[in-house]
Design a protein around this ligand. Structure first.
Ligand code: SF4
Ligand code: SF4
Length: 368
């Protein structure tokens, strides 16, 4: 059985108002790098036609997109489940307009030590996270706390777990991942993170950790299924291949820009020619009403599908954003571990009830 892609990973802006120590996106910020609203609305419709269920509006800081509420409204209208991860700087002023539009809203919180959190984020977001929590509770909305764990803040986990539980909010524990040589976490410390997996209101996906302990993706037996599972679109309205972090090929989606050739930068040896040759097929379908569908029927798509997880740069890869959907596409221990983590997440977020006395934000002081 051929499964349709499950996730649309939509980079709606490259701008960010933070400078997180573990991220490089803010270094390449460009003032003009927001996705055009019409392009996003069209691509949402076309992706949904292919059967895509989830859309993650990402960036950069997605709340910087001036029409985010319109994009979310259209996504909900089409039947998508929507995801946003935000540093929260803009959330207090946008909360009302975004109400009811985000199924999985994540507030980034890396430490309950204000200085440490702000230092890791490279900007003053601690107070806006706390303010956003107050707002979300007032609006009776649901949000999760997302903690990016590194060697600097792993000691904060017990306090963060206690804090999230006191608020009845899920704490998503996300060990920092490495790409293009960026810093990562010592795999030995992942066992310390695993120890929190059984705690109420904590989401730890042990599948990621097992993959990392085994050295990440193996190019001989790749576990990455990024091309099958995920469509990655840039703010410039291009499909990025094979994935955002190692994207060396960009295929324009707009009909009006089909005269533009695909951009192929830093391709592995021999790939410039192989992709260029496959583009004939792509060009021939340029008037297709659904350019995403057209792409997924093309020779270029087949080429990348064959190579997903097999490029030389895929060796050791453990980029969460792509392995999470990849785990859905192959029945094995990773799939089971991942499903188990998601079932616990759904249980604690939507079913489990703690006594009302533990849910008040005013108790925050006693947990820190
Ligand atoms: S808020 Fe997100 S996009 Fe911005 S610098 Fe931090 S991790 Fe990167
Ligand atoms: S293994 Fe990693 S680098 Fe390679 S295609 Fe998959 S997500 Fe991208």
């Amino acid at each position: 059985m051929i499964l349709p892609p499950i996730l649309l990973h939509y980079y709606i802006t490259e701008r960010c108002n933070c400078q997180c120590s573990f991220c490089s996106i803010w270094k390449s910020s460009s003032p003009a790098a927001d996705a055009a609203t019409d392009d996003v609305l069209t691509n949402l419709k076309n992706a949904r036609q292919l059967g895509v269920r989830y859309v993650d509006f990402t960036g950069g800081e997605p709340l910087l997109h001036p029409q985010l509420h319109l994009l979310l409204r259209q996504a909900k209208r089409l039947g998508f489940k929507t995801t946003i991860t935000t540093n929260t700087l803009l959330y207090p002023q946008l909360a009302e307009s975004l109400k009811g539009l985000i199924d999985f809203l994540h507030f980034s919180l890396d430490s309950l030590d204000e200085n440490q959190h702000n230092t890791m984020r490279g900007c003053q977001t601690y107070n806006s996270v706390m303010e956003s929590i107050r707002i979300i509770q007032k609006l009776s909305e649901k949000a999760d706390l997302l903690c990016t764990i590194s060697e600097k803040n792993i000691h904060q986990l017990p306090q963060l777990v206690k804090f999230a539980r006191s608020l009845r909010m899920m704490l998503i524990v996300n060990p920092v991942f490495s790409y293009s040589g960026s810093a990562t976490i010592d795999p030995a410390l992942l066992s310390d993170v695993d120890a929190f997996a059984a705690h109420p209101f904590v989401y730890v996906n042990k599948a990621f950790h097992r993959l990392r302990r085994r050295g990440g993706n193996q190019t001989g037996h790749p576990r990455c299924r990024v091309i099958d599972s995920t469509i990655v679109i840039s703010p410039q309205n291009e499909i990025i291949l094979p994935c955002f972090h190692c994207g060396f090929c960009r295929i324009p989606l707009a009909i009006s820009s089909n005269h533009r050739p695909a951009v192929i930068n830093m391709a592995p040896p021999g790939w410039q020619q192989r992709i260029s040759a496959s583009m004939n097929d792509h060009q021939a379908r340029q008037h297709h009403r659904n350019p995403i569908k057209r792409f997924r029927e093309s020779e270029t798509f087949r080429l990348f599908k064959k190579m997903q997880g097999r490029f030389s740069f895929c060796s050791g890869c453990h980029i969460n954003c792509y392995f999470d959907p990849s785990f859905v596409y192959q029945p094995d221990e990773y799939m089971l571990l991942s499903l188990q983590a998601k079932a616990r997440y759904a249980f604690y977020k939507y079913v489990y009830n703690l006594p009302a006395s533990t849910r008040l934000f005013s108790q925050q002081g006693s947990t820190r």
